[in-house]
Design a binder for this molecule. Structure first.
Ligand SMILES: Cc1cc2nc3c(=O)[nH]c(=O)nc-3n(C[C@H](O)[C@H](O)[C@H](O)COP(=O)(O)OP(=O)(O)OC[C@H]3O[C@@H](n4cnc5c(N)ncnc54)[C@H](O)[C@@H]3O)c2cc1C
Length: 318
């Protein structure tokens, strides 16, 4: 974590930048917008600008502006796997909406094809795919987020989204305008370049019976409710599982369940989750993450790696 300087908290935007952003997005750009409401942890300071982009053309214009001005930018999905620093994010935070939320499903020679915009809600994607009998969609059921964020994270359970990908469409500042990308999928990560926005994803499933798919999905959702604190603000599993083991098991056995730091708590239900009990700051969560990691290292000699992405300015000084 970095100690904050006044410079790290100072906006990167000039008045002329604000005017350009308003010209592209109208009132869908908000300045000095707190990011906490846009994350599942409900934590995070302000973005210099939060840009809600509704179609490919707007996205291309915005990315061209970022390139021309060498402006820092970052894309947020549903914010369900990120810890945003209390000092917020300098530059532009991009959030897809409008056309990008669309989900279309069709049959193709006995297979089920899901064509979704980059901000499509995974709950809608999985519900529509299940109705069409997409075999394997149950493994993605109950994972909060957008399809773009899920693709970058290669989200999943026993099966991951990457296994079902047919096409990925992206834009980037160096190549605005939608085009196809080739991506490899690894455990909770992908080779998607850091400076690309996923604007559309096409998934492809074997066809099965709707009844079987729905009942498998239902079983998984019930299990999730029983084993995860889904009613509290958190970001799911904080650490990746180390090879051959479970991070939750190591954390629990290191005695960390229920540990608190300010308003943050290691979940008593699932040791790899950290809950915001209402007033947690990013600093509380980051401090708890460091304590948990140290405890697991001391007890098991295992170095846990973060699954959640840390973004923005973290403030050390109180
Ligand atoms: C209760 C709970 C349970 C969870 N269970 C699971 C689980 O079982 N399995 C699992 O894998 N994860 C799980 N997660 C984590 C999270 O839901 C997934 O990682 C999800 O796919 C993240 O999607 P998002 O849209 O919220 O991405 P964000 O958190 O907004 O972003 C994650 C990363 O993706 C990038 N990103 C977002 N959108 C785009 C885009 N359009 N183009 C390019 N990059 C983008 C962001 O910059 C960031 O680096 C859980 C989270 C919660 C809160």
């Amino acid at each position: 974590m970095s100690v904050t300087t006044a410079r790290a908290l100072h906006t990167l935007l000039r008045e002329s930048d604000r005017e350009t952003l308003r010209a592209i997005l109208g009132d869908r750009v908000r300045f000095d917008e707190p990011l906490a409401p846009y994350t599942s942890w409900k934590i995070g300071g302000p973005a210099d600008a939060l840009a809600m982009v509704e179609n490919e053309d707007e996205l291309a214009q915005l990315l061209r502006f970022c390139l021309r001005r060498r402006m820092a930018w970052w894309i947020i999905g549903a914010g369900s796997n990120v810890l945003v620093g209390d000092g917020g994010v300098r530059g532009i935070v991009v959030r897809l909406a409008g056309d990008f939320a669309a989900v279309r499903v069709h049959a193709d020679d006995g297979r089920v094809v899901v064509d979704a915009g980059g901000s499509a809600d995974m709950a809608l994607v999985t519900a529509k795919a299940a109705s069409a009998g997409a075999e394997g969609i149950g493994s993605l059921a109950g994972i909060p987020g957008t399809i773009g964020g899920s693709l970058r994270m290669n989200a999943g359970t026993d099966r991951e989204i990457g296994e079902f990908v047919r096409e990925v469409w992206v834009q980037s500042p160096s190549r605005p305008g939608t085009h196809r990308a080739s991506v490899q999928y690894l455990y909770r990560q992908s080779t998607l370049a850091r400076d690309v926005v996923v604007s559309r994803v096409v998934l492809d499933f074997a066809g099965s019976s709707e009844r079987n798919v729905r009942s498998e999905m239902q079983g998984r959702l019930v299990r999730r409710k029983r084993t995860q604190p889904i009613a509290l603000p958190n970001a799911g599993s904080c650490f990746r599982n180390p090879p051959g083991d479970k991070a939750a098991r190591l954390i629990e056995a290191a005695g960390a369940k229920g540990w608190r730091e300010g308003g943050a708590e290691v979940s008593p239900l699932h040791a790899n989750f950290i809950n915001n009990l209402g007033s947690a700051t990013a600093k509380d969560v980051a401090t708890l993450l460091a304590r948990v990691r140290r405890a697991v290292r001391d007890r098991w000699n295992v170095e846990l790696k973060l699954e959640v992405h840390l973004v923005g300015v973290f403030i050390d000084a109180t």
